[in-house]
Design a protein around this ligand. Structure first.
Ligand code: MN
Length: 237
């Protein structure tokens, strides 16, 4: 049951509501994005490169506005306020249905599909916020910070637990790992997140990035890949 309270007022709107954010799927449908949740430090080698010990502390999350989504093959503008703009290639999981307190054994049944995405990050702002104990929003949640390739329905891919995940910049491989290296599995992430939010169709989870993150500048071309999925291809301008 949806607990959202939406006022059904009367009268003219003060401004036009935002358009829904629609994510093309490989079977020709459109998936409306509700929320984007992102998991922090979910590959051990990446946790170490960020100066943290990888362990089984519960996963932690930050969010991006749906409007941060950009389709593959669209350019993204180098964002303001940073001089250290980083790529993070990630497995993105879209939910077909949600709920609260989802059990791990039931989590796979909630998945609509998968895609390759980039959790673009203003690393200097994120690290300053981290050091000061402040929120990560300015570092993580901004326009064009979530390029994603087309969404593959789970009926096409099956449940993904292994597969090469990689990212190249201008043809040079920067990140390369396997989905089996995730510290917290997709099922565990969904179960955990559902203890804090009422999940629903349209919720998308970016599941964390492997080691090898680094900076891009205008003119760079990033290609993110996961075995069996369409790659995400993005130019920084
Ligand atoms: Mn990330």
């Amino acid at each position: 049951m949806n607990i959202n309270v939406q006022t059904q007022g009367e009268g003219p709107l003060t401004h036009a509501p935002a358009d829904p954010v629609l994510w093309p799927t490989t079977d020709g449908t459109l998936y409306p994005i509700h929320r984007i949740f992102c998991v922090g430090r979910n590959y051990a080698a990446h946790a170490r490169e960020m100066g943290k010990d990888p362990d089984r502390d519960p996963p932690f999350f930050f969010t991006k506005f749906p409007e941060s989504y950009v389709p593959s093959e669209h350019t993204i503008a180098y964002p303001p306020g940073t001089s250290n703009y980083h790529f993070e290639v990630e497995l993105c999981v879209a939910l077909a249905e949600g709920g609260r307190d989802i059990q791990e054994k039931d989590a796979a049944g909630k998945i609509a599909g998968y895609a390759v995405g980039l959790d673009m990050t203003r690393r200097d702002l994120q690290l300053t916020a981290r050091e000061q104990g402040r929120p990560w929003d300015a570092g993580k949640n901004f326009e064009e910070s979530a390029p994603m390739a087309a969404l593959h329905p789970v009926a096409e891919t099956g449940i993904l637990t292994t597969g090469r995940i990689a990212l190249s910049v201008n043809g040079e491989t920067k990140q390369e790992a396997d989905l089996a290296d995730l510290i917290w599995s997709v099922d565990e992430i969904i179960a955990h997140l559902s203890r804090f939010y009422e999940l629903r169709a349209g919720d998308v989870i970016m599941t964390g990035t492997p080691a090898g993150v680094g900076a891009v500048v205008a003119g760079d071309r990033m290609i993110g890949e996961i075995t069996g999925l369409n790659s995400v291809e993005t130019d920084v301008v």
